[in-house]
Design a protein around this ligand. Structure first.
Ligand SMILES: Cc1cc2nc3c(=O)[nH]c(=O)nc-3n(C[C@H](O)[C@H](O)[C@H](O)COP(=O)(O)O)c2cc1C
Length: 366
């Protein structure tokens, strides 16, 4: 590691983020670290974690403890995955390939975005833990199946269908800073496919609704995908318990409680606050993951205590990538893993099964 890289290392995820904001141009920082509209959901995601307090148990036998789990048949050393984030070449010349190297260095599974700026084959070659592919619904069922089959052929093991963004949210910060995707960065895995024809916000509303109606997925499409996909389908962006129930019935193999990191619809509550009702609705039928605002090992612990099987992180690994490339990604994940194991030890949780609501402080209960 060069001196410059070593000097860039930060002791916390928030340290990485504040440094990344300086490393990146204002408009790119707005794209990666901003949120939708007034950014209330963006802010709530982190604040809600800080409002949950822990109540540890002491003097337990912690020998042979582990943070490991098996998720959809895949062994994982920690309940943390790298969330799908678009266009990573905006923060590093090697983009998703560098992200995959950093994730693999920590044995952390990574979800590649539909809008990856690196080819899916190259990302997988770069890091063996680049294992799940995130799908934004394509206008025709055939295109979806073609894309999913290609990912299966490349060795991806699951499809994460994101359902919360049929249209881009209102991104005032990006507009203010003049963010635009440069000509040399694009969604390379979608070449030869018809791009979705979204009308820009502010145009005639009926055009917006007409176009969405033609290309946005519906529950019948989800059922169809679950039936026809050679890979298990995970739904990302579930916030309503009713939709969680529908996801189980549609054949989803897992769901991710997510408000898209506060980038799509502002004023949705924090993901961690939505999690318990969704977990209850699934009633143990499928694993429930969550993302949004995870910045500390204790946040992971709180998510698991409220019923999550695992969490995903988006902006923290982007910050690592911006500050110090693959080494930065790896360091961010190492910090998170270490902090999580420390939190397990300090709350008397030897394995993930020991992480129950009992470790959360509830002033109303003795
Ligand atoms: C810049 C940016 C781009 C994103 N692109 C995608 C994407 O292509 N597909 C997707 O499903 N989610 C996308 N997300 C959402 C993330 O997968 C994840 O839900 C969110 O970042 C979690 O919140 P966190 O950043 O607080 O960890 C993106 C998030 C950011 C910040």
């Amino acid at each position: 590691m060069s001196d410059r890289t070593t000097a860039a290392l930060q002791p916390t995820l928030r340290g990485y983020e504040s440094r990344a904001r300086h490393v990146l141009s204002t408009d790119r920082a707005a794209y990666f670290f901003g949120g939708a509209a007034d950014e209330l959901t963006l802010e709530a995601n982190q604040r809600a974690f800080s409002e949950i307090e822990l109540l540890p148990r002491a003097l337990r036998d912690m020998r042979g403890g582990s943070a490991g789990l098996t998720l959809l048949g895949q062994p994982m050393a920690h309940p943390v995955l790298v969330a799908p984030v678009a266009y990573q070449k905006l923060v590093h010349p090697d983009g998703e390939a560098a992200m995959a190297i950093g994730a693999a260095a920590q044995g952390t599974h990574m979800v590649l975005s539909t809008q990856s700026s690196v080819d899916a084959a190259e990302a997988r070659r770069a890091g063996a833990y680049c294992t799940w592919f995130q799908l934004y619904w394509r206008p025709t069922r055939e295109d979806n199946l073609r894309l999913v089959q290609r990912m299966a052929d490349l060795g991806y093991t699951a499809i994460v269908l994101t359902i919360d963004a049929p249209v881009q949210g209102v991104r005032d910060r990006e507009t203010r800073t003049g963010f635009r995707l440069p000509a040399d960065i694009s969604a390379v895995n979608l070449e030869n496919m018809r791009p979705p024809q979204f009308a820009p916000l502010g145009d005639d509303e009926s055009i917006l609704f007409d176009r969405i109606a033609h290309i946005a997925p519906e529950w019948a499409d989800v059922e169809w995908l679950c039936e026809n996909s050679p890979l298990p389908v995970i739904l990302k962006g579930i916030v309503h318990p009713g939709d969680a129930h529908k996801a189980v019935l549609a054949g989803a193999r897992a769901i991710i409680v997510s408000n898209h990191g506060g980038r799509v619809l502002d004023t949705i509550p924090a993901s961690i606050r939505l999690l318990p009702a969704v977990v209850k609705a699934c009633d143990g039928a499928i694993p429930v993951l969550m993302d949004g605002g995870v910045r500390r090992g204790t946040d992971i612990l709180k998510a698991l205590a409220l019923g999550a099987t695992a969490v995903l992180v988006g902006r923290p690994v982007i910050a690592g990538l911006a500050v110090a490339g693959a080494a930065g990604v790896s360091h961010v994940l190492r910090l998170l893993h270490d902090e999580f194991e420390i939190a397990m030890m300090l709350t008397g949780c030897r394995t993930l099964n020991d992480i129950t609501p009992d470790i959360l402080y509830r002033p109303d209960q003795p």
